[in-house]
Design a protein around this ligand. Structure first.
Ligand SMILES: *Cc1c(COP(=O)(O)O)cnc(C)c1O
Length: 387
């Protein structure tokens, strides 16, 4: 069976209200950072329920800024999971820190808090949990480990906008939390990110560092408020979000719960369809949590198949179904492997996952027919390749 047209993995749902808002920005002449970014930050802050939310050009930029304002410096170690996107650990390196990996819990695929203490040294400065696929990390154990060592907790919540842990929204728990609005994420602005925190001094520092290190509210210098000098107070970066991006975000945020419900529905349909397939499915969300349902990841039972993961992904692609691999763990990538002398067996659970996992389409844009095509074609590929 071949699906036409090709089902692109992670294609976002963009509607007329978003298009009109972008056009409105273009016509207004205020294209870059301006009133829509301020409005989007305010809306996001209210949605999360944190004290401060600062928009950035990407989550990668936001992670770097979070490291900088948290004071991660050369010589510092930062503990994180190897099972994440490159940006998480790259941002630690950009700030001059050293990423120290801790293996995942094989049932949740998130960092295993039980293995964190043995990696803490006098140089450890922060822990960076990543809420993989939208499943919230066990934040209470992580905070209990961090506190006596005075470690900061900086969360990579790129997958986890809608996630909650024990009645608290992700974005209100750690010291700093960073979200992504990349094309494939639960909310998209094309490229974009947001940092949330409850600390006013960090919020101000983020605003400064995101725009060249200029004194506060520098973007207003082009408004009709009248001429003002700006002052360079630190050598900052160019990490600001544009109004064109925020125009998308304002409308996407209004639909976030409805889209989350739709992805939950697709998730249940997949779970039901694959109960007897040679696949390990993801477990139900932990009690008293909300899973953001960002990625529907399956792991192949390789001992029941004549084909490996890359072979399955290739066959799905040839039959018109786009999938993703989230992720091949970072300790398997040449830079991290060689620079830090890491071996596959150092993180056995992340290595096993890296070899067996791939993600099925889960966008709110999917129709019921799209979902049934994915199910039929994956079932067909698996049946043809059973041992
Ligand atoms: C997408 C992603 C990022 C980076 O997000 P960008 O907005 O593309 O910079 C960081 N961490 C994780 C886990 C991601 O999935």
């Amino acid at each position: 069976m071949k699906r036409e047209p090709y089902l692109v993995f992670g294609s976002p749902r963009i509607e007329e209200d978003e298009i009109a808002e972008v056009v409105d920005s273009l016509r207004s002449g205020w294209i870059s950072t301006g009133p829509k970014v301020a409005r989007f930050e305010e809306m996001f802050r209210d949605y999360i329920g944190c004290r401060f939310a600062r928009a950035t050009s990407s989550c990668t930029a936001g992670l770097h800024l979070a490291m900088v304002v948290a004071g991660v410096e050369p010589g510092d170690e930062v503990i994180t999971t190897p099972l994440t996107f490159a940006a998480t650990a790259n941002a630690i390196l950009h700030a001059g820190g050293k990423p120290v990996f801790v293996d995942i819990d094989p049932h949740t695929f998130n960092i295993d808090p039980k293995k964190i203490p043995e990696k803490i040294t006098a140089q450890t400065r922060a822990i960076v949990p990543v809420h993989l696929a939208g499943r919230p990390c066990p934040m209470n154990p992580i905070l209990e480990i961090a506190e006596p060592h005075n470690l900061l907790v900086i969360e990579d919540a790129a997958h986890a906008i809608e996630a909650q842990y024990h009645g608290r929204k992700i974005g209100t728990i750690g010291d700093l939390t960073v979200f992504s609005f990349y094309v494939t994420k639960n909310l998209t602005t094309g490229e974009g990110g947001m940092i949330t925190t409850n600390r006013a001094d960090w919020s101000e520092a983020i605003e400064r560092f995101a725009l060249h290190g200029l004194s506060r509210g520098a973007w207003k210098r082009f408004s009709d408020d009248g001429f003002k000098h700006y002052e360079v107070v630190v050598p900052g970066f160019k990490y600001n979000m544009m109004d064109i991006q925020a125009a998308l975000g304002i409308h996407q945020l209004g639909k976030i719960e409805a889209y989350h419900k739709r992805r939950e529905e697709i998730w249940r349909r997949y779970d039901e369809a694959f109960t007897s397939a040679p696949l390990d499915l993801s477990p139900l969300p932990e009690e008293n949590t909300v899973h953001a349902r960002h990625l529907y990841v399956v792991r192949l039972r390789l001992d029941e198949l004549k084909i490996n993961r890359d072979g399955v992904v290739e066959q799905l692609h040839r039959r018109g179904i786009g999938t993703g691999i989230h992720y091949r763990a970072l300790h398997l990538h040449s830079y991290y492997r060689e620079t830090f002398g890491l071996r596959p067996e150092d993180f056995p659970h992340a290595t096993d996952y890296s070899e067996r996992a791939f993600s099925l389409p889960l966008s709110a844009k999917l129709t019921d027919r799209d979902v049934e095509d994915v199910i039929a074609i994956l079932t067909e590929v698996l049946e043809e390749n059973r041992r």
